[in-house]
Design a protein around this ligand. Structure first.
Ligand code: HEC
Ligand code: HEC
Length: 250
């Protein structure tokens, strides 16, 4: 198992490295005629900067290739800065995915690996990737039930205190705004890590700077956050890990 994980990690690192290199190349302005075969090179016509072409299936494949080594392997764990399962992002709201990627990019969300990755993505890349993951595995997923199973009385009290459902939806999968996350059925250990991160300050590798969730998470002890996370993770949700996606050329 350990060997497998090591291999997978090495693989994903290799993916990130080679992809970052190829993306850098693709984003170089006026990369030359060898670049975009479909786009005729008209010297001087568009000026510097990457062409605003609609993403071709091929480039979407390239953009997402580096994510697969972590987000599309069931049960894959992150080992730095802490050990927890990599979040499920297939079926998540596109607007929230984009917002999270931008937060890693600006450093509002601290996570050295995700920051390094997000920094290689342009606005267009982020929009394309977010739309891709929102739809990924659509046919294999089910809508979350309208009504979830009830928590025990301790967790019920905690969830009421901060009125989590008022933003994340009664079933925790219908947030009131598409830039808010679906949290039902997400990995409990990741939810716990995320909730603690909203409370964490002055740590170079961990922390989330978010006005809304910061104020909420700070009302709870870590033990309470853990109990909430276990309940939310036990629910039926819409987020999933979809292994080895195949690209359908549309
Ligand atoms: C080396 C493993 C790894 C790779 C590669 C990776 N991620 Fe992540 N990703 C993580 C981890 C770990 C987290 C959780 C970070 C945290 O605690 O905030 C994360 C968080 C995220 C989140 C936030 C999810 C949420 O629920 O808030 C999004 C969105 C995301 N990644 C998208 C991507 C995309 C898109 C790619 C490819 C361009 C990618 N990731 C590549 C490990 C990875
Ligand atoms: C006023 C609206 C609001 C309320 C109330 C609220 N949330 Fe949130 N929640 C948000 C927003 C907005 C985000 C996205 C923050 C970000 O971008 O990091 C979020 C993010 C989260 C995340 C991170 C998910 C991920 O994938 O990383 C978790 C976990 C979470 N909320 C749990 C809760 C819990 C548990 C409660 C109640 C104790 C709660 N929220 C109450 C608005 C709210």
């Amino acid at each position: 198992m350990k060997n497998l994980l090591t291999t997978v990690f090495a693989l994903s690192v290799a993916c990130v490295t080679s992809l970052a290199a190829s993306m850098a190349e693709a984003q170089t302005p006026n990369a030359g005629a060898s670049g975009n075969p479909g786009v005729p090179a008209v010297p001087g016509a568009t000026g510097p900067g990457p062409a605003k072409a609609v993403a071709s299936p091929k480039s979407l494949e390239a953009k997402t290739a580096m994510c697969f080594g972590c987000h599309n392997i069931k049960g894959y764990q992150s080992s730095f800065p802490e050990v927890y399962k990599v979040p499920m992002i297939a079926g998540q709201n596109a607007k929230y995915i984009a917002s999270a990627l931008n937060a890693y990019k600006t450093g509002d969300r601290k996570h050295p690996t995700m920051r390094g990755i997000a920094e290689t993505l342009s606005e267009q890349d982020i929009a394309d990737i977010a739309a891709f993951y929102e739809n990924l595995g659509k046919d294999e997923r089910q809508a979350a039930p309208e009504k979830q199973h009830e928590p025990d009385s301790q967790v019920a009290g905690l969830i009421q205190k901060a009125n989590c459902a008022s933003c994340h939806g009664a079933n925790f999968s219908k947030p009131i705004d598409p830039s808010y996350p679906k949290i039902a059925g997400q990995h409990s250990d990741y939810l716990f890590q995320a909730l603690r991160a909203y409370k964490t300050e002055n740590n170079p590798a961990v922390g989330r700077n978010n006005g809304i969730m910061g104020a909420i998470a700070k009302q709870f002890s870590n033990a309470e956050l853990k109990a909430i996370s276990q309940y939310l993770g036990s629910l039926d949700g819409e987020v999933a890990t979809i292994p080895e996606p195949r690209f359908h050329h549309r």
